[in-house]
Design a protein around this ligand. Structure first.
Ligand SMILES: [Zn+2]
Ligand SMILES: [Zn+2]
Length: 96
């Protein structure tokens, strides 16, 4: 399966903090987190009250997000509405 948006992701961006960067500004709560593969920002999913990951700018300009939930390693393309497994995308080198 191929998608022009996911093809543009060469290295996986990992979340820096386990929080929605928009929710923390307004003191809101989130349900699940998604990490944007374009800017690396972490935002909340559609199950969250504020749906920051799908905010108009993000869903159109930065369509690829990665799940940031334990045990989940899939990507989602908002532009095409399709999910991807990590196969074919190299994990980012881990720094220790
Ligand atoms: Zn949020
Ligand atoms: Zn982004």
């Amino acid at each position: 399966m191929s998608d022009k948006h996911i093809d543009a992701v060469k290295t996986v961006k990992h979340a820096q903090k386990r929080e929605c960067e928009e929710c923390v500004k307004i003191g809101a709560r989130w349900v699940h987190l998604r990490t944007c593969q374009e800017c690396g920002g972490t935002r909340c999913c559609d199950s969250s009250p504020n749906k920051h990951a799908t905010a108009p700018f993000h869903a159109t300009a930065h369509p690829i997000v990665r799940s940031f939930e334990p045990g989940e390693d899939w990507f989602w393309c908002y532009a095409d509405g399709v999910a991807f497994e990590v196969d074919g995308v190299e994990p980012a080198p881990s720094h220790s």
